[in-house]
Design a protein around this ligand. Structure first.
Ligand code: HEM
Length: 752
């Protein structure tokens, strides 16, 4: 029996770009058909993909639509073959002279199989190696048409997209939840060629000039002698560099805030960082910064959660993205533009628009929505799509041009350069996920992995032998024409004086944070610097913090056991930007994970609440003493052995389960020391951890008993004990809409 998609048919998924869907089933199913207990023996075609999965659209290597169904890019046929299509009778034994060998050199199947396996790996990205991707649709609102002629931003124009989210520092197999910047790269397959918006979840960068990129990355990655630590900046080389190179201060402060540990890719903003130059039909230009605004709000993990997840579920962000799409909770972002007059000095309100370490506060230049991105399909093959996708800031379309930001200039060189090595040769634009959806006639020829079969004899211009084709186009025929800006200057290795201000916007960020956000920032610096070995590195960085804010500096210094230095220059007095804070509002809870702690005695009430969670567009995971079916009817997703609080956004307590048969330390360390407890100690751990992480907790029936045993006051903020399941859920969701119950742990007086 084929599994059907809970909410959306495959067709809906492609055409439904707005509404998203409601989770209706537990995501995570491995394939489109449940496996049989016995090994299948009847030859059959490969299973169809799961309904949530899609591959790239089927375009030719030269950007022309084909009639090929997507499935035809996958392997087919019921029988195992060689790479040449030859059917194979035995793939378990190499060809030998007698059962004990030796193996014969003539075994072409062995040779081919091992050869291919030996070459399965390709170099990982030099940065942003760890990531996850999804397909989707972008729909323009038409609101940008007065400032840019880019066709994909036109009213109701729908453009297929592929998005890859990533961390920066870690290797391909590193944990998702490390403290780091996140990449947010979007490939728009527009009718005018591919446009890539290769951004981050932080609007500023570590450096102002690309020539320093190798330095900042070498400092942030592992120490070269031992290759530790993996995927984190909590070590001497990073803070050594950051203390000596103070233009990194602003970006580093964002990293130390909740932005460095997002709750989900779905709950991150995205930023193009640089200022771009937009051009409209009349040729008028406007400077612009790109923003992605998540419909679910911007939310973060707390640091202990992030650390636990690194071990409990290193794939936490990947899983969250895949599961949300699979369950129909399609993530959405609005694309927005901040617009600035294209003045000769390229400044706005005193802010240098070519300095990528600076933001323009939204209060000064509001973000104007110009379109909606919906991610509505998972990849069907991670390597073919997510690993082989190749983004490049130089993939532009008419209406969007670059500026002279020196960081952008280096990127314009870097991406193609690195991809030649990573994807082995110059033909990576022909890999299916990279193919444009616009006809390609580029006169590039040959090279490794050439998959186009070109015609003609004259791949040069001018020619007459191929009838003069291809011809260059004018702007009227959709050509990209660089804006003819004046350039002049002396040849120097210098930066403008405005680039010398390294602290005023870091102070702006600090002053814009709520007290609890400041607590987290203090804790993050104290942790990271506390992991450094060298005293000088810590002391030097305290001098940097003193130039952001004396309270921040003093609090971190106290944690490090060091004196707090004074600022070395006058502190700026910027107006706070409320838009930078992540707290104080409410947001939709779509796709959130609700753990329901159940015993064997309450299946009916649990079933009703489970359904209510599904109806509210979230994912209910039943946590019970053992696996199987609760009350014979409800599938159990987690047991007390497998559940850990960090995977849930909120908990509902339906039962007070007595210690399970495996609830003792020798079997499960989580239960250690709690043998005399009337309630399974792992349930108490689950609840106390969730409480500590400021998550909403609701319950009914025996919940009061469980909470009291866990030492949690029933009146504590964000704890809802109700008469029945639906009321408990309602109360809990009110807190979940604000993401966390920050009132539970008030900030210290010094930070309020
Ligand atoms: C505003 C600053 C920057 C942003 C927002 C940014 C963003 C990104 C993102 C999102 C990716 C991952 C792309 C993917 O998912 O495949 C990436 C990869 C990469 N970035 Fe950057 N980056 C920045 C600066 C730089 C600079 C200054 C350089 C070099 C001079 C650079 C070099 C690279 C390289 C080599 C890759 C790997 C690309 C690949 O292997 O396909 N980046 N960057």
């Amino acid at each position: 029996m084929e599994r059907s998609h809970p909410v959306k048919s495959a067709v809906d998924k492609i055409i439904d770009t707005v509404a998203g869907g409601q989770p209706a089933e537990i995501p995570g199913v491995p394939n489109s058909e449940p496996p049989s207990l016995e090994e299948p023996t009847e030859p059959r075609e490969p299973l169809p993909p799961k309904p949530d999965q899609s591959g790239p659209d089927t375009y030719s290597p030269t950007g022309q639509p084909t009639d090929t169904p997507r499935g035809k890019m996958a392997q087919g046929g019921p029988y195992l073959t060689t790479a040449q299509g030859l059917r194979v009778r035995d793939t378990d034994h190499s060809l030998k002279a007698g059962p004990r060998g030796p193996v014969l050199l003539q075994d072409h199947h062995l040779r081919e199989k091992i050869m291919h396996f030996d070459h399965e790996r390709i170099p990982e990205r030099v940065v942003h190696a760890r990531g996850a991707g999804a397909h989707g649709v972008f729909r323009g609102y038409g609101a940008a048409s007065n400032v840019t002629r880019a066709a994909f931003l036109g009213k109701d124009v729908e453009t297929p997209v592929f998005v890859r989210f990533s961390t920066v520092i870690g290797s391909r197999g590193s944990a998702d939840t490390v403290r780091d910047t996140r990449g947010f790269a979007t490939k728009f397959y527009t009718s005018e060629g591919v446009f890539d918006l290769v951004g981050n979840n932080i609007p500023v960068f570590f450096i102002q000039d690309a020539i320093k990129f190798p330095d900042v990355i070498h400092a942030a990655k592992w120490h070269p002698d031992r290759e530790i630590p993996q995927a984190q900046t909590a070590h001497d080389t990073f803070w050594d560099f950051a203390g000596l190179h103070t233009e990194a201060t602003h970006h580093t402060l964002w990293n130390m805030s909740g932005r460095g540990i997002p709750r989900s890719y779905r709950m991150m903003e995205g930023f193009g960082v640089h200022t771009f130059r937009l051009v409209n039909e009349e040729g008028a230009t406007t400077l612009a910064k790109f923003h992605w605004k998540p419909k679910l709000g911007v939310h973060s993990l707390v640091w202990e959660e992030a650390q636990l997840l690194g071990g409990v579920d290193p794939d936490f962000h990947r899983r969250d993205l895949f599961d949300a799409i699979e369950s129909g909770a399609y993530p959405q972002w609005e694309l927005g533009l901040q617009l600035f007059p294209d003045t000769p000095d390229q400044m706005f309100e005193g802010i240098d628009l070519l300095d990528s370490t600076k933001i323009v506060p939204e209060e000064l230049a509001p973000v104007q929505p110009v379109g909606l991105l919906t991610l509505n399909a998972n990849t069907s093959n991670f390597f073919a799509e997510t690993e082989q996708v190749a983004f490049h800031v130089g993939h532009l379309v008419p209406g969007i041009d670059v500026t002279d930001d020196p960081l952008l200039a280096g990127r314009l060189f870097s991406y193609l350069d690195t991809q030649i090595t990573r994807l082995a040769g110059p033909n990576f634009p022909q890999i299916p996920i990279n193919r444009p959806h616009a006809p390609v006639n580029d006169m590039q020829r040959d090279g490794f992995h050439q998959t186009a079969v070109h015609r003609g004899v004259a791949p040069y211009r001018p020619n007459s032998l191929d009838g003069g084709c291809p011809f260059t186009a004018g702007a009227d025929q959709g050509a990209f024409v660089e804006v003819p800006v004046e350039v002049s200057g002396r040849k120097v290795r210098e930066a403008p004086a405005s680039y010398d201000d390294h602290f005023s916007q870091a102070r702006l960020f600090w002053l814009s944070m709520s007290p609890v956000e400041r607590e987290h920032i203090v804790a993050a610096y104290t942790f990271e610097l506390g992991k450094c070995y060298e005293q000088a590195v810590k002391e030097r960085y305290l001098r940097v913090l003193a130039n952001i804010d004396p309270v921040l500096c003093r609090q971190v210094a106290e944690g490090l056991g060091l004196p707090a230095p004074d600022a070395s220059q006058p502190l700026a007095d910027p107006s706070p930007s409320p838009a930078l804070s992540q707290v104080g509002q409410t947001w939709p809870t779509d796709g959130r994970i609700i753990g329901i702690i159940a015993g064997d005695d309450d299946a009916e009430a649990v079933g009703a609440v489970r359904q209510a969670v599904l109806d509210a567009g979230m994912v209910p995971l039943i946590i019970a003493p053992t696996g199987g079916m609760l009350g014979g009817t409800l599938p159990v997703q987690r047991t007390f052995t497998t559940a850990r609080s960090v995977e849930f956004d909120a908990l509902l307590v339906a039962s007070a389960p007595a210690p399970g048969k495996d609830a003792y330390g020798a079997r499960d360390a989580k239960a250690g020391g709690g043998a005399d407890s009337p309630i399974d100690p792992r349930v108490l751990l689950l609840i106390t951890e969730a409480y500590r992480h400021a998550k909403p907790i609701g319950g009914w029936g025996a919940a009061s008993q469980v909470l009291s045993q866990a030492g949690i006051p029933a009146q504590a903020p964000g704890v809802v004990v109700a008469d029945d399941g639906p009321s408990a859920l309602d109360g809990t969701l009110r807190f979940l809409a604000a993401h966390r119950v920050w009132d539970r742990f008030p900030a210290a007086a010094a930070l309020t």
